[in-house]
Design a binder for this molecule. Structure first.
Ligand code: PAF
Length: 301
């Protein structure tokens, strides 16, 4: 399959490395990644994996991809959609494996929701340097169309991911899986970013674990009020993911350390906004948003 990955951060680089073992892959990213990947290829856990074609300018892409994977931060989704627009044809599918809520809708607004495949992934990947990532455990990727239909294109995308060693399942209700994953991120990401700790440190049997639990419970209340029937208990799943990615640094902590803006508005911020609309109070999420934004301001991100 001809695949374009937008975003050469942890997830984008990891996907590009694995997918280009069996597919034709381009990865669009910043200049440092473009230089490093075209020179040395992608390394996962210190081992050379493959050499996808890196691009820094979409105008250098002279073929239309069959699949585009969004691996940019949620606040860059609109900009990324505009950048790739001229390369999207009737048969192109658009998969998002981003964190947060609202990405599918944003891509759908631009290209039509029937082209969009929503996705979640619980792999823990740490970005080391341009073209180099560390895989730190746990992983299941879920993919599904927003209308729940299982099409041949969706099956093809799922098998392309599985063949690359990315354990993937199809779901007929990706919306609720996105909410479930957003709860997991709302609990893990700000707490690890504020405390500068690995995911596993959150299960301390004390104050961090208590806060992890109450954040999950608060988010679950918002999801229920919004009419989302979660497929699993979010607290149980969050703890399972914390254990599975115990040695990983969350993407929010990685953003803070790299001097980049975080996705707090698309994760905890989303629960606060929906909570306000529905009259569900969200004091914990509000406080986490304020604290992370304070951190971003201090670091001038
Ligand atoms: O954002 C992240 O870091 C990841 O979604 C996860 C699964 C929490 C692992 O660190």
């Amino acid at each position: 399959m001809k695949i374009l990955i937008i975003g050469a951060g942890a997830i984008g680089t990891w996907l590009a490395g694995l997918l280009s073992l069996k597919n034709r892959v381009w990865i669009l990213g910043r200049k440092q990644s473009f230089v490093a990947i075209n020179r040395d290829g992608v390394e996962i856990n210190g081992e050379f994996i493959s050499k996808p074609k890196a691009l820094v300018d979409i105008r250098k892409l002279n073929e239309d991809p069959e699949l585009v994977i969004f691996a940019v931060k949620a606040y860059d989704t609109k900009r990324a959609s505009n950048v790739i627009a001229s390369h999207i044809c009737n048969s192109t599918s658009l998969l998002t494996l981003q964190n947060g809520l609202g990405n599918e809708e944003s891509i759908g607004e631009k290209f039509g929701i029937s082209k969009v495949i929503g996705g979640t992934t619980t792999y823990g990947i740490t970005y080391e340097a341009p073209g180099r990532v560390i895989h730190r455990g746990y992983g299941l990727t879920l993919v599904g169309r927003m209308d729940g239909k299982i099409t041949s294109k969706l099956k093809e995308v799922s098998s392309v991911l599985n063949r690359a060693g990315i354990k993937t399942k199809i779901t007929t209700n990706i919306r609720r899986e996105k909410w479930l994953k957003a709860i997991v991120n709302a609990a893990i990401n700000p707490l690890t970013a504020l405390n500068g700790c690995k995911n596993g440190d959150l299960l301390d049997g004390g104050s961090l674990e208590n806060l992890l639990e109450s954040t999950c419970i608060e988010c679950k209340g918002v999801a229920n009020a919004y009419g989302i029937e979660l497929s699993r208990d979010p607290l149980e799943l969050t703890k399972e993911i914390v254990r599975g990615t115990a040695r990983n640094y969350s993407s929010m902590l990685q953003s803070i350390r790299a001097g980049k803006r975080t996705e707090i508005d698309f994760i905890n911020g989303h629960f606060v906004r929906v909570g306000k609309e529905l009259g569900v109070s969200t004091p914990i999420n509000e406080e986490l948003v304020v604290k992370i934004k304070g951190m971003e301001q201090r670091l001038k991100l």
